[in-house]
Design a protein around this ligand. Structure first.
Ligand SMILES: Cc1ncc(COP(=O)(O)O)c(C=O)c1O
Length: 365
């Protein structure tokens, strides 16, 4: 079977985890500190690591004082985690439409949903593509909003000659098992906002004041103080040791992802029943490869691919349709959703796999 996505793990990660296990200090300590330094050096701004991308978003919101009674604009077409992070902070996610060409937030629709309670916008860099980030930042500036970028898919992507995370307000990455790099599970917050960094250092570990510094020295605070609600969201040395090795391999993962996505683009370009999402793979490091299938043929193609041993996905079930969040309809998002299909993409695939997948697609239409 050709897998939709997977972790790509070698002896380096196995050795790194083994070394942490042998040291018998598994919690947050020197490996986490090193991984943070490595991420920070790669991106060029301070980075804080946590146990998931969801936690990164949640903590970023809390550190911006966004919570009860506040509203956050976010596209409905995203992973449930973006919505759950917002509601976990106490704020309300306000579901917005997406632009049909690149599946990033539709600012005209977002504008209609602004209220006095709107405190932030959470653009989701769908498949690694930040869309028109410049417009998002001018929209935010005009309306006095914080920008918390959900860059779970976008580690290594470039926007206007700059790495995602190296500019802007706050950027959150995910390092879960199938992301552009992985730490098993994990995430990071990257920002120049010192207040946000310092608060997250505390609230990721039960809100204990300045405990991170001690943990980095393999110590902990015994006579402690807590200034606000915190969480057990810190990263462990086991996770960080995987992340450190994955970051070293990032360039080759990136090259492979781009190469495979470009091949899909080339082979599917002429298939009239398929619409390719508008993404420039010279700049974007793709996390997934979504396509739109025209004329209600999505489910037919899905079944055909599965019957030929090809695992596919649908990214994503719109969040505004979930009972917990539902309150209105978003016709454009619902229409796009019914056409969406995600094809396999991960660095262990070869060009021959993509050839085969495209042959099966062409045999259907
Ligand atoms: C768009 C998006 N946001 C947030 C997350 C959350 O990341 P994590 O799985 O690390 O919690 C994901 C993970 O898949 C995601 O795809």
């Amino acid at each position: 079977m050709i897998r939709l996505s997977k972790s790509v793990i070698g002896n380096e990660e196995i050795l790194a985890v083994t070394n942490v296990l042998k040291k018998e200090f598994l919690g947050m300590g020197e490996e986490v500190f090193k991984f943070e330094k490595d991420i920070s050096a790669f991106i060029g701004r301070p980075a804080i690591c946590v146990n998931t991308g969801t936690a990164a978003l949640h903590l970023a919101l809390q550190a911006c004082d966004i919570g009860d009674g506040d509203e956050v604009l976010v596209q409905s077409l995203t992973y449930l985690a973006s919505f759950q992070a917002i509601s976990a902070s106490g704020a309300k996610p306000i579901a917005c439409e997406v632009n049909s060409h690149d599946l990033t937030i539709d600012l005209n629709d977002a504008y209609k949903r602004l209220t006095k309670k709107t405190k932030a916008i959470m653009p989701v860099h769908y498949s690694g593509n930040p869309g028109n980030l410049e417009s998002i930042y001018s929209f935010a500036k005009k309306h006095g909003l914080r920008v918390i970028e959900d860059a779970a898919h976008a580690f290594g992507s470039i926007y206007k000659n700059k790495l995602i995370g190296s500019f802007g307000d706050i950027c959150c990455f995910s390092f879960d098992g199938i992301k552009n790099i992985s730490s098993g599970e994990g995430g990071a917050i990257v920002t120049n906002d010192k207040n946000v960094i310092n608060r997250i250092k505390d609230i990721r570990l039960l809100g204990v004041s300045k405990d991170s510094e001690n943990r980095y020295k393999n110590e902990r605070s015994w006579e402690l103080n807590v200034n606000e609600q915190g969480w057990r969201f810190h990263m462990s040395n086991i996770m960080a040791s995987i992340g450190i090795e994955q970051l070293k391999k990032f360039k080759s993962f990136q090259q492979k992802r781009k190469e495979l996505a470009k091949l899909y683009q080339k082979l599917l370009f002429e298939v009239s029943e398929i619409e390719i999402i508008d993404i420039d793979y010279d700049l974007i490091t793709p996390h997934i490869f979504p396509i739109k299938v025209k004329n209600n043929n999505r489910d037919l193609l899905k079944t055909e691919l599965e019957q030929n041993g090809i695992q596919v996905g649908i990214h994503y079930y719109p969040n505004h349709l979930l009972k917990f969040y539902s309150n209105y309809s978003l016709p454009k998002t619902e229409r796009i959703y019914s056409n969406l299909l995600t094809l396999p993409l991960h660095p262990d695939l070869n060009k021959s796999d993509i050839d085969y997948i495209c042959k099966v697609i062409k045999s259907v239409f």
